[in-house]
Design a protein around this ligand. Structure first.
Ligand code: PLP
Length: 492
């Protein structure tokens, strides 16, 4: 190994703050568990519900590339962040072939949504605001001069797909004044979400969030340097009373939060969904304190009984940015999401996308469009109904198994949407220890709840159970195993 520079010298303050997700600890441990282990830990959607089976791509020389059903199910599922393992291996060979790096072991690769996404992330990795950077002159306008980039046309997505998504928003949310909003397609809803956070927040500023909260958002907000204000939730999601209490007792009006972030349906991790009354209460509070609501709703179509009206549908003031995801409906791997935002905010978000990912994958957008055109709105609706029925059935199996095997050792609310059950283990303070030691030994995995709280210094008695990908037999056997773990632990 050559001498290495001190890399902390190159990190921006925000990049230095970034830490691995608490979930990574679990995934790394779980990856080493024997194949007979039953896992309720991963939050992946079930690939069997994605509508695509196989694909053939014909090349210009009339030969074909075939994606069979096994390739396809890999292509449609979420991947590890750096990229598909075999492709990465191939790209490593490419670097050796063309660059013969002196000591290639000191590097790693990561696939991005175009090199512009990587470039914008590299700028953020190394630069603080107002810091100097040396660039070619003249320089690529997309990266050197933000103000020039602002003049370019917005790139919110393929026009026909956007038209189709507008119809979807009207069909499912009937916004009171749809003219005041615009849509933009993103590489999954997480891309849109991170851009929305950056749009509205300054470093150290407060943001109101569900507690517990989606770990991906918490990790982003921590790295960003936001002041995370946790608002308690119950079986109906964010508590309006708790929220009002926090805001009415806020001591300094100059730092009063301006932004509220919530997952209204089948929340990750709690599985909780807001009732219509709760949403109205929260919306009224948002009006009272002039808050912007970020509605992160990837489990909207996984509501089991009826689709409860969204914040977007009740937005009289234009104070809602809504994020939709196709990850649970069409495929996680296609990385397709979209946001619906009041036009002045949408415009700024699109400017940001122009200088980061440029636009969401055209190929994914085109495949989605062709499918939507083939299905029409009624076909799309039928598909989402099938999906929600599947997850409801899975939920029923899991609830029955929990009642049978865990009984009064746990407390939980039965979800009405989504893929998760949130359990409190009665009489145990730290579920990390319980899962990483005892449950792992008994070959059953659940996700410790600590990853979903902003305060990482405490211990928590919760676990997240995912019922999305397991078979009925695995649900029965896995919960029987976990019951044994709990009995031994509680009665020792
Ligand atoms: N928001 C929540 C609450 C999620 O659970 C997830 C993923 O599971 C996301 C956002 C990101 O979804 P996407 O695949 O659309 O980026």
């Amino acid at each position: 190994m050559q001498n290495s520079p001190d890399y902390t010298r190159f990190l921006s303050t925000a990049a230095a703050r970034r830490q691995p997700s608490a979930i990574r600890e679990a995934t790394q441990l779980f990856a080493r568990s024997p194949p007979s282990t039953i896992s309720f830990a991963a939050g992946n959607p079930n690939v069997a519900l994605f509508p695509f089976k196989e694909a053939t791509i014909t090349l210009k020389d009339d030969t074909t590339i075939q994606l069979d059903s096994s390739d396809m199910s890999k292509a449609l599922q979420y991947l590890p962040t750096p990229g598909q393992a075999d492709l990465l291996e191939w790209l490593r060979k490419l670097q050796v072939r063309y660059h013969s790096p002196i000591d290639f072991k000191r590097y790693e690769l990561c696939v991005t949504n175009g090199s512009m996404e990587g470039l914008s992330k590299v700028f953020e990795l190394v630069l603080n605001t107002t810091e100097s950077i040396l660039v070619d002159s003249p320089c690529y306008s997309g990266s050197s001069d933000m103000s020039k980039a602002l003049q370019y046309l917005p790139t919110p997505g393929q026009a026909d797909l956007l038209e189709w998504l507008r119809k979807l928003q009207v069909r499912y949310h009937s916004p009171i004044d749809f003219k005041r909003y615009e849509l933009c397609v993103t590489n999954g809803s997480m891309e849109g979400l991170s851009k929305v956070f950056e749009l509205v927040l300054n470093t150290t500023e407060s943001i109101l969030v569900d507690s517990p909260c989606y770990s991906g958002s918490l990790d982003f907000l921590r790295g960003f340097g936001a002041n995370i204000i946790s608002i308690n939730t119950d079986s109906n999601g964010m508590s309006a009373e708790y929220l009002d209490n926090i805001l009415s007792n806020w001591s300094d009006l100059n730092t009063l939060p301006r932004v509220l972030y919530t997952i209204p349906n089948g929340s990750n991790p709690t599985g909780a969904s807001m009732s219509l009354e709760r949403k109205k209460d929260i919306y009224n509070i948002a009006q009272k304190y002039n808050l912007l609501i970020i509605e992160d709703d990837p489990y909207f179509f996984l509501q089991f009984k009826k689709l409860v009206p969204s914040f977007l549908s009740m937005d009289t003031d234009g104070r809602v940015i809504r994020l939709d995801s196709m990850s649970k409906v069409l495929s996680g791997g296609m990385r397709l999401g979209f946001f619906t935002a009041p036009i002045p905010l949408w415009q700024k978000l699109v400017y940001h996308q122009q200088v980061t990912s440029l636009h969401a994958s055209s190929l994914s957008q085109m495949v989605a469009l062709k499918l939507f055109e083939k299905w029409g709105l009624s076909g799309f609706h039928q598909h989402t109904e099938q999906i929600s029925k599947f997850y409801e059935n899975q939920k029923n199996l899991m609830v029955n198994a929990i009642k049978k095997h865990l009984n009064d050792m746990v407390t939980f609310n039965e979800p009405t949407a989504g893929m998760f059950i949130w359990m409190k283990i009665n009489g145990i303070d730290d579920t990390r220890k319980l899962i990483y030691e005892k449950a792992l030994e008994q070959e059953v995995l659940l996700l410790p709840g600590s990853a979903f709280f902003s305060d990482q210094s405490k211990t928590y008695p919760y676990v997240r159970v995912s019922y999305s990908v397991c078979t009925p037999e695995q649900i029965e056997t896995g919960m029987a195993r976990f019951g044994k773990v709990l009995r031994e632990e509680l009665h020792k």
